[in-house]
Unconditional design. Sequence first.
Lengths: 768, 154
Amino acid sequence: MEFTTVGKSYKRKDAAAKVTGKAQYTRDIGRNNMLYAKVLRSTIAHGFVKSIDTAKAEALEGVVKVFTPDNLPCGNFPTAGHPYSLDPSHQDKADRKALTDKVRFYGDEVAAVVAVDELIAQKALKLITVEYEELPFYLDAEEALKDDAVEIHEGSKNITGHNSYTVGDVDINEAFEKSDYVFEEVLEVLPVQHCHMENHVAYAYTEGNGRLVVVTSTQIPHITRRILSQALDMPAGMIRVIKPIIGGGFGNKQDVCIEPLVAAMSLALGGRPVMYDMDREECMSCTRTRHGARFYMKTGVRKDGRFLARELTNYGNGGAYAAHGHSQVGKMGGNFYRTYPAELATKYEGYTAYTNCSVAAAMRAYGIPQITFAVESHVENIAKAMNMDPMKLREINMVTQGFKDKLSGITINTCELPEIVKTAKEYIHWDAKRAEYAHQTGDKRRGVGFALFSYPTATWPVALEIAGARMVMNQDGSVCLQMGATEIGQGAATVFSQMAAETVGIPYDMVHFEEFTDTDICPFDTGAYASRQTYVGGKAVKKAGLIIKDKVLDRASALLSLEKGDLDVKGGFIVRIDNGERVSSVEDIALDSYYNRHTADTIATDVTATVETNGIAFGGSAAEVEVDIRTGRVEILKLINIHDSGTIINPVLAEGQVHGGMSMSLGYALSEIMLYNPKNGAPRNNNLLDYKVPTLMDTPQLDVAFVEPYEPTGPYGNKALGEPPAITPAPAIRNAILQATGVEVNKLPMNPQGLFEHFSAAGLTEEV
Amino acid sequence: MHKKISLTVNGTKRSVEIDERESLLEVLRDKLGLTSVKQGCGVGECGACAVLIDGTSIDSCIYLASWADGKDIRTVEGLEVDGKLSDVQQAFVDEGAVQCGFCIPGFVISATELKESGKDYTREEIRRALSGHLCRCTGYQKIVEATEKSLKKK
């Protein structure tokens, strides 16, 4: 497919604003007369508030109000950034209140102080005394699911959600019986956190007419509006949500965490502006995390390496509240089947458990980094046991183009996994290095490893996919583009502008994207998640762009007395199709549309696109590592991500997305873990010093390659790219460590302490 | 607890009434309106709030405003001159180093310190010099490339 604007590395729309300080994030814009809130958080992990004394805090000079669940009107609300379901049985659990007297994790919100400044609010928190009645608490999913466990949510048996399926014509037990080998093992991943650089921050106030305005750092402005209407029992039309420039989200801002609280407090104070800006420690342990999970994996294999039967029972640690419910663990199940479809039968059983850990929900790639670590480690272990080339084993079993997914009904139109495997092998010098590193001794050992993934684009058929776009042509022929899809740093504004320019036929600089998503102005869209926006939002932009172009041509045809069918719009000009001659400019047509005394009719459109397809994205990572047996330290010598995301809309931005995902997965592999004190459930490392996000010195050269088939269901041939980069570096590194050391590490993270323990158990540390 | 300090901010002499407990970050953001100075952690872990103090990049969240008395302070707002981005700023734009942008003012400030030293830096030295800044979006790759490019431009 030939494109003019799509596929080129235009500079980000917002880059200059961001290097000069002109970009306005939520905290940078305020209101006169602003009040500031701080939250009193529980110092137990599970139990009840028996009594709370706020009198001293209320008496502190500068304190405006102290709120507890008793004096803050706010109903129950769900928090997940999911489209509302018209079917009550599919709606997200409304298990949250702005403040609570039943404590479900260490740090739960029991009271809030509103004061004239943050320092006073902070001081007032220390003057509140709380008496608790403690209950037993659980930090592990399977512990929480035991019969005698105390329920964290009444009537739940601590099950947030459960699903199971079997696929295949043969009974799973029969399929295992037919297998030549059966491999069983347990793999585990632990919770990690998003660590976007801008913490959660929001403020709320009412306008003179009683309408509520909430300005918030969110990925999901329209969904936030709907959830606020549920929490506050207000009509949605009385609520306006504004999303300024966002300092990263990675899924953590795909939940409504603090908006109902600031809104309820503002309403209780007559609509006075109230801001709540979380500190880093709160943001790390009291918003959302990536689910930890334990995987009981079983695979039946024929002698030639073909997987005949695959079975997985999976326990996800969902933390203290439902948030996204069972969605992540459910998605893991679909992914388990799709990536390596077994010849005879696949069986899955997934549980999400309530525990007293921080609430787990969406984080970049929504469960798939977890399941992919487990599956890709397991596949590697099978290859080792069978003395097979692990790349070969993958090639025998991985999903291929044309595959019909029996669970989702989706057929895979484009799949470049074979090319991805080939590219990885060439990059890492697979055959030569596998041989070279086969038998090493000494304290430093090297290895190469690979892992692959499949990943859906957007959420169909699980959920509604809808996107709106409004395009208005200015009198100079440029267009203003307003969307409900949100720019959160990933580059949405830039790629949507490229798409609009492409379809209308004007230069990129003539598209102006509204980066402040405002639910009063920007049409409905469910927001930034599921790597959905270029796919679903892109369809809306294309639809709007075609209408605008058509209107321009209608006017041009009438104005110039030329046949519409002979004309096209290119580079901002009206051109004759037959010889390319420029017969007018879009600017002239636009000016006429504004000011023609008889036919003035501005060129604008407001469209909605829905999507009932899914273009599955693919990719893989190859890593070369050097492992220090004595210290457990891993040095990454080479690392590449190779992506089949269909058409790449903007290569430089796309590379940036991939780099960021690789970095996140690097941390997942080697250093990141949320630690909880087993004695009281308190978070131990909820700060950026003790929680090890990769620094520059931990990050190697990151290499990227794209394979670009034209995905027929994508508006410009494109598929998911935002989240997938965070999936495979961790298992590729893990598999490289396996080759280097012969040690199967079936648990993340592989930090020096963890690896040292694995190496000691394997007797390696005594050798060197 | 209040006192008056005099300092130069982005080339302009200013006198500011401060609370002695305030950080330079708070004074720059809340009293002088320089909102490029970002708070990511408030305790010197992330580097988002770095500003140039007499030419040296320092985390302003752990630098008391009272220490800034008599000092020359620069933020990214002051690097753009007459609508023209500095070499470092332009390189960050050109190389695609910016994503969410919350960490970017801090990186630009530290890269500017390197640039103004007039010295040559190897890529490894650049990495080390910028390692006090955390970024969750970019994997640092294009930030290092942009810094390197801006330093090469003489």
